[in-house]
Write a protein that binds this ligand. Structure first.
Ligand code: FAS
Ligand code: PHB
Length: 390
């Protein structure tokens, strides 16, 4: 089998790249380890930057997003029992974010790819990457017990943090930067109306909480929990009681509870692998970097990588130029590190760090007080939250 670009992974990064290239007549094959249903069953991100919405439009996949996505022009910080609104639009000349679940982004991209007849091999086993240090890379995999070889010009490693792509790179060729946090997020999804029209990020001595949503009838909530927490330790009631205790009185009063559709624990880490290119192999999305979800950057960063990589590949096939491909790693990493900084800063400010002591908590409260009382500080949060310009 032969194609122009072999894409490993049918998450948002792989599917978006495939769609953007397909629309320019560039052949791709996506190899995905799991089934389509399994991929759609993962509950993850919920907030899209304008740049990500624009990329979905470029991919011809923004119809449902425009119809069902919820534009948000503000976000709330809650601490000391008081809520403070950050006027995202007012502080950024009208920029907004759109609340639209990653599951829906993935579904829209999957449906577009199927409608275009572009090949995706689901449940592709034992994927391995070969000869990507030269111009004739090969991807090998097993499908229905039969070994296959996919010859291509380029490999896009979009297979996430635990994928095979980054792990195929010789260790001496990679530099890893990472920080693990001493806590995780316990997430709950429920068909109940959100506690507020906008998101609420909560700093509380018992731990961080986040009130988000997927629609005006489906809510997504998170609680800071120990990194090794077991979901089984949390009944729905225990979750709702803990969330209510961390909210300001008005929100606590208004909170609507109901049975969990999904509950899961996600570890938090900051991680970047450099560089992002190895001959004809390019890393994009979680395969290259991880951010703690506090800044709502994970999915948006993946989209940013795909924007740069798709433009570079389109330039190569259209103009026989390698300028974009040669610049990809440096260009993408410049944006990645700014999002890593913002995500680390939001996480450091809003979470309870057991070992930080009284001084650390005072600094966090001073940071929050400064943030909500200084236009300059609020504007800095706002321009990062809506997404820095490409
Ligand atoms: P993904 O991990 O989404 O997709 C990679 C794909 O590659 C998967 O489908 C996987 O099955 C496949 N794959 C892996 N190994 C393979 C192999 N060997 N062969 C073939 N296929 C292989 N971001 C936010 O902004 N907000 C959040 O609230 C948030 N919550 C998250 C919660 C969890 C539990 C996790 C893990 C991440 C969360 N993220 C969040 C980040 C997340 O949204 C990612 O940024 C986003 O999924 C990145 O997309 P991809 O790079 O496509 O990686
Ligand atoms: C979500 O809705 O899942 C969500 C929103 C904002 C975040 C993290 C997660 O920062």
């Amino acid at each position: 089998m032969r194609t122009q670009v072999a894409i490993i992974g049918a998450g948002p990064a792989g599917l978006l790249l495939g769609q953007l290239l397909h629309r320019q007549g560039i052949e791709t094959v996506i190899l995905e380890r799991r089934s389509a249903d399994y991929v759609l069953g993962r509950i993850r991100a919920g907030v899209l930057e304008r740049g990500t919405v624009e990329l979905m439009a470029r991919a011809g996949c923004d119809q449902r997003l425009r119809a069902e996505g919820l534009p948000h022009s503000g976000v709330n910080l809650c601490f000391g029992g008081q809520r403070h609104r950050i006027d995202l639009a007012g502080l950024t000349g009208g920029e907004q974010v759109t609340v639209y679940g990653q599951t829906e982004v993935t579904r829209d991209l999957m449906e577009a790819r199927a409608a275009a007849g572009a090949p995706t091999v689901y449940e592709a086993g034992d994927v391995s990457l070969h000869d990507f240090d030269g111009p004739k890379p090969v991807v090998r995999y097993v499908k229905d017990g039969v070994a296959q070889s996919l010859h291509c010009d380029f490999i896009a490693g979009c297979d996430g943090f635990h994928g095979v792509s980054r792990q195929s790179v010789p260790e001496r060729a990679l530099e890893i930067f990472e920080r693990a946090y001493p806590f995780g997020w316990l997430g709950l999804l429920a068909d109940v109306p959100p506690v507020d029209d906008e998101l609420i990020y909560v700093y509380h001595e018992d731990g961080f909480a986040l009130c988000s949503m997927r629609s005006m009838t489906r809510s997504r909530y998170y609680l800071q929990c120990p990194a090794d927490e077991k979901v089984g330790n949390w009944s729905d009631q225990r979750f709702w009681d803990a969330l209510r205790s961390r909210l300001d009185p008005e929100a606590a009063e208004r909170l609507t509870t109901g049975p969990a559709l999904e509950k899961s624990v996600a570890p938090l880490r900051s991680f970047v692998a450099e560089p992002l290119r190895f001959g004809s192999l390019f890393l994009a999305g979680d395969a290259a970097h991880i951010v703690p979800p506090t800044g709502a950057k994970g999915l948006n960063l993946a989209a940013g990588d795909v924007r740069y990589l798709s433009e570079a590949l389109i330039e190569f096939y259209g103009e026989s130029s390698t300028a974009g491909l040669d610049a990809y790693s440096t260009k993408a990493l410049a944006r990645i590190w700014k999002a890593e900084r913002f995500s680390w800063w939001m996480t450091s400010m809003l979470h309870h760090f057991p070992e930080q002591g009284g001084f650390g908590r005072k600094i966090q409260l001073a940071e929050l007080e400064y943030l909500v009382s200084s236009r300059a500080a609020s504007a800095s949060l706002a321009e990062n939250y809506v997404g820095l310009p490409y």
